[in-house]
Design a protein around this ligand. Structure first.
Ligand SMILES: [Zn+2]
Length: 341
């Protein structure tokens, strides 16, 4: 079976809660997710590769230095300020209309600073968040290296996930866009074009916006319709489609047949590329608490087979998936499909 890249540091981010509609709710993006995936992969006979440290060049090809520096220092500054919250959480947001488009001033108050970079209140920063997010980048880049060096397929067990992060804003339980960073690295190594197919239950808004208007990175996303009330709410619609971006929003309750037809369209869209990045969220599964899609483990294996049918060198980057009982099996089935194609 496939080689998978792992880093213990991805376990260091431990958000016990998030702030949703003004109240603390239990977090679902937990270290146990990665451990469950790893156990299932090892049981299935996959070969573990330890992540190799990479410098910041690929990271800074995708993200604003100011976002990276904020994430690197946010917890230390917050904890030194003796604030009442044990996690970094924004309370005021630097919307561009607030300053008529002028760049906002960096606030003196530590507690106002998250509002420069966060776009929601549910993506909290605590001790270990930076270390885990940065480790996930190394995991994604190590998988990209394996593929650039000739492996047909490599899986990056990234956590926290990344596909909701834009060039300068974090949110959606994501801090650094591992998928986009892997895409940038493969673009660099292969000359491109490269394609990202995102099959997480939620629109890959960060990845879409990062590569907007470019023709060397094709982006496709199959996800629950944000118009039906689902994150990321403000985008993920077909009106955003162009020659390099394909959104395929699906109604709540969609099952395997219609979802796989959309995955097939996304795979066809990606076919002209020279390398493929699959943003593998398994939260579209029927048992997942975070989405209303109804995909089976067989459906995920078939999605893998469809995407593998493109016969492109492929890096699979882990995104969402929150049912601890099934997350490992869903990832293994997806990779089985990709390997068998
Ligand atoms: Zn998701």
């Amino acid at each position: 079976m496939v080689r998978f890249v792992w880093s213990e540091d991805c376990l260091r981010h431990e958000p016990e809660s998030e702030v949703w509609v003004g109240v603390r709710t239990p977090a679902t993006e937990l270290p146990a997710r990665a451990l469950a995936i790893r156990e299932a992969l090892l049981t299935a006979g996959a070969e573990e590769v330890t992540a190799v440290a990479h410098d910041d060049s690929a990271l800074l090809a995708v993200h604003e230095p100011a976002l990276v520096e904020f994430l690197r220092t946010a917890w230390d500054e917050w904890s030194a300020a003796s604030l009442p919250s044990d996690q970094v959480v924004p309370y005021v947001f630097a919307r561009p209309e607030l300053t008529s488009g002028r760049p906002p001033v960096t606030p003196t108050a530590v507690w106002a600073r998250p509002g420069l970079f966060a776009y929601d209140t549910m993506t909290l920063i605590g001790p270990g968040t930076w270390e885990a997010a940065r480790a996930a980048v190394d995991v994604a880049l190590t998988a990209a290296d394996l593929v650039a060096e000739g492996a047909p397929l490599a899986y990056a067990c990234t956590r926290p996930p990344g596909h909701h992060v834009t060039r300068s804003l974090y949110g959606g339980s994501c801090y650094l866009n591992n998928t986009a960073i892997a895409a940038a690295a493969l673009l660099d190594r292969t000359g491109g074009p490269v394609a990202v197919v995102d099959i997480d239950a939620h629109h890959g808004n960060g990845t879409q916006e990062l590569f907007l208007g470019r023709t060397d990175v094709l982006t496709a996303s199959v996800h629950v319709d944000p118009g039906a009330g689902w994150f990321p709410h403000f985008l993920g619609f077909q009106t955003e489609n162009d020659t390099a971006n394909l959104n395929l929003p699906l109604a709540p309750g969609t099952g395997d047949a219609e979802w796989l037809a959309a995955v097939r369209r996304a795979a066809d869209f990606a076919a002209p590329a020279r390398a493929l990045i699959v943003a593998l969220g398994v939260d579209a599964a029927a048992g997942d608490p975070e989405s209303p899609l109804e995909i089976t483990a067989d459906g995920y294996r078939e999605a893998g087979r469809i995407l593998g049918g493109a016969r492109l060198p492929t890096v699979v980057v882990q995104e969402g998936g929150y049912d601890l009982e099934t997350i490992g099996e869903l990832v293994v089935e997806s990779l089985r499909g990709l390997s068998a194609a």
